[in-house]
Write a protein that binds this ligand. Structure first.
Ligand code: 13P
Length: 257
């Protein structure tokens, strides 16, 4: 059985300017004892305007955080007003890039095809995609959860080699649990993440499925993290609201006690 180091990612969404970002990361680092990072990896995904400041802070003070982005375009450069190239993110030593977040899909019309192109573009620059999937409440109640989520995985991993899939991260985020205070039960979250791993097993092979890390996201907080993180197919969390508060995020990171 492969050991998968849990990845706790803070997706700040459109919150915290670069001054606030620096203070938040400094405080978070102060709150988490160094030895905790031996058993867990933590990535911070600030808005684009903060990334250079956070990169400088992490590198100059040798902080135990990985730098992440929330989104990117799939082209290297060109006439795409307002977009950010994966090449630019790679130059800032960005390690993880979230792609296909439900807010990007719902609010900005990202399709499975665009998400697939982004996954390939992020990999091309040797960064790691955090590929998001998740169902709406209506889809869950209609019994369509697996069809929706596994369809997103199938589309998102198209053209990705087994070796690349093994190193990437998938985030299962039920849309009805995002920012609502409603969390999937640990049992439901485990079942969904197991189904995602099963899909990877079907598309690739056992070794790949056993290596890929699968995060749960949706109202993760210090209080519910220990139970969610103890599930066999949950290898970390993609955290929104709670990641903006260093005290709360520090509790999530220390889920193992
Ligand atoms: P919340 O933790 O605020 O529910 O957000 C989850 C999320 O969308 C992280 O990407």
């Amino acid at each position: 059985m492969t050991t998968r180091t849990p990845l706790i990612s803070g997706n700040w969404k459109m919150n915290l300017n670069h001054f606030e970002a620096i203070q938040t990361v400094q405080k978070l680092h102060y709150l988490v004892p160094k030895q905790v990072f031996e058993g867990v990896e933590v990535s911070i995904h600030p808005p684009f305007t903060d990334i250079r400041s956070i990169q400088t802070l992490i590198e100059s003070e040798d902080l135990d955080f990985s730098l992440g982005a929330q989104h990117c375009h799939f082209e290297d450069s060109g006439a795409f007003t307002g977009e950010v190239s994966p090449a630019f993110l790679a130059k800032l030593n960005t390690k993880y890039v979230i792609c296909g977040h439900s807010e990007r899909r719902e609010v900005f019309g990202e399709t499975d095809e665009m998400v697939s192109k982004k996954v390939l573009a992020i990999l091309k620059y040797e960064m790691t995609p955090i590929l998001c999937c998740g169902e709406t409440l209506d889809e869950r109640e209609a019994g369509d959860m697996e069809a929706k989520v596994l369809g997103q995985i199938e589309a998102g991993l198209a053209g990705v080699s087994n070796e690349q899939i093994a190193s990437l991260v998938i985030a299962y985020e039920p849309i009805w649990a995002i920012g609502t205070g409603k969390t999937a039960t640990a049992e439901d979250a485990q079942a969904a993440c197991a189904a995602v791993r099963g899909k990877v097993r079907e598309m690739a092979d056992d070794a790949t499925a056993d290596s890929v890390r699968i995060q749960y996201g949706g109202s993760v907080k210090g209080g519910n993290a220990p139970e969610l993180m103890s599930q066999p197919d949950i290898d970390g969390a993609l955290v929104g609201g709670a990641s903006l508060d260093p005290d709360e995020f520090a509790r999530v990171i220390q889920f193992a006690g």
